[in-house]
Design a protein around this ligand. Structure first.
Ligand SMILES: [Fe+2]
Ligand SMILES: [Fe+2]
Length: 153
């Protein structure tokens, strides 16, 4: 495994199944992108066009899920967190535009940016609501946490 790849670790887990699954989905997508970073411009361009919309779509779905839960549970860091999501989407869209306009940007450096953002966002921002969710979530019989309407006050 190349060192750029993200390996999933329990440190990245918040215990809420839906969120953990979405984070794993993002990590898988980034790892897949590293696999396609061959250094061949033509191939990379073709792949980029295919994968990047999927990446943006997936990230937006994930952010909407987090924001919905944060809002419903009245998490105090909601506004700041949402702004961080918005900055990321804006930056990615800017990069897509620049790439299409012919800016020299390799798939590998773009993917590295995604990786760094995702890992630091989970560690710094998502972590803040992880702790809060853990306090208020319901623990199911299988030990998994979930936020139900009963947990929302
Ligand atoms: Fe997240
Ligand atoms: Fe987040």
């Amino acid at each position: 495994m190349k060192k750029e790849f993200i390996s999933w670790s329990p440190r990245l887990s918040c215990g809420i199944k839906l969120i953990d699954e979405q984070h794993m989905g993002l990590v898988n997508l980034v790892n897949e992108m590293y696999n396609q970073a061959t250094g061949n411009d033509v191939q990379e361009h073709k792949y980029f066009e295919k994968v990047i919309q999927e990446m943006v779509k997936y990230a937006k779905i994930h952010f909407a899920t987090e924001e919905k839960i944060m809002l419903a549970t009245k998490f105090s860091g909601y506004g700041e967190h949402k702004k961080d999501h918005e900055r990321f989407v804006k930056k990615v869209i800017e990069n897509i535009g620049a790439y299409r306009a012919g800016k020299r940007l390799t798939l590998s450096s773009f993917t590295k940016y995604l990786k760094e953002w995702i890992l630091s966002h989970i560690a710094l921002m998502d972590k803040q609501y992880f702790e809060y969710f853990k306090e208020i979530a319901t623990r199911k019989e299988d030990g998994k946490l979930s936020i139900t309407s009963a947990d929302i006050h």
